[in-house]
Write a protein that binds this ligand. Structure first.
Ligand code: ZN
Length: 278
């Protein structure tokens, strides 16, 4: 595996491309996917968090204003998709919903890239280094984030074998109609597992070469599909970092069924402590 990343990244405005990112400082090699276990789920989690209007639990005025602005957006997947594209292609938006989505995207996108690297190989054309491409690639991982969330911590609460999802895609055309008639916002776990499987196979077919025993990802996307496959095959479960205030988008791997609240880092521990004491 030979994928490179920069030490850090920045976002800047380019008239024809919209919000675009560039790598700063040194190029480093990412030699192993072992450090990417939570990366695909966190990437999907960014898009999912925006779709679910997850701003954070802080009581600041800015957060309240942002929350209010987003609440006015029609609660459909389509409206949020539109808003994300608008945020990526507007230099200085004037309406508060787009301003809010843009700031969420900027902050969370840079956080992810500074943690893991860029989604494309560095030598790709500038038009592939845009916020718009980041969104469309992040959306591919949104389903696996939602899926692992649903089958993870709360799996026992679903005796009927249905996941409380809101499928915006035809996961199983034949049975989806049945769900919507009897149980809005629900989908069978088996259908969803099958759909996730097909996404992983498609991603690996496109971005992974080598052999099943020695797979070689051709870029970051391939590495993410491999990491997602590995985590799902090993039944890995995650929980959110306990810093839900700023909020932190990190996922923490649950080891030995230890579900105690945990933070991903020292700064997050401090923030969680500070807010909890207020
Ligand atoms: Zn954290």
């Amino acid at each position: 595996m030979n994928i490179v990343r920069h030490s850090s990244y920045k976002l800047f405005w380019k008239p024809k491309l919209g919000w675009t990112y560039a790598g700063l400082e040194n190029l480093q090699k990412i030699d192993t996917i072992d450090k990417l276990t939570t990366a695909p789920f966190e990437l999907g989690g960014i898009i999912s968090s925006i779709r679910k209007k997850y701003i954070g639990a802080s009581n600041s005025k800015i957060t309240k204003n942002a929350q209010n602005a987003l609440e006015t957006v029609t609660d459909t997947a389509f409206a949020i998709d539109q808003l994300m594209i608008q945020a990526a292609s507007t230099k200085e938006p004037v309406d508060s919903a787009t301003i809010t989505v843009q700031s969420m995207l900027k902050e969370r996108m840079l956080w992810w890239m500074n943690k893991y690297g860029c989604l494309n190989t560095y030598d790709t054309k500038p038009e592939y280094r845009t916020m718009e491409v980041f969104i469309s690639q992040g959306k591919k991982f949104e389903w696996i984030f939602d899926y692992i969330n649903e089958i993870g911590l709360y799996a026992n609460a679903l005796p009927d074998g249905l996941l409380r999802m809101r499928p915006t895609e035809a996961i199983n055309m034949q049975t989806r109609k049945e769900y919507t008639a009897t149980e809005v916002n629900a989908v069978s776990k088996d259908d969803f597992a099958g759909y996730i499987r097909s996404l992983i196979i498609a991603g690996q077919t496109k971005f992974v070469t080598g052999t099943p025993n020695e797979p070689i990802p051709t870029n970051m996307q391939g590495a993410l599909w491999l990491a997602a496959d590995q985590a799902l095959s090993n039944n890995v479960t995650f929980m959110r970092c306990a810093n839900i205030y700023t909020p932190c988008m990190s996922l923490i791997t649950i080891i030995n069924d230890n579900y105690q609240q945990a933070t991903c880092s020292k700064p997050c521990k401090e923030i969680a402590k500070e807010y909890n004491n207020v």
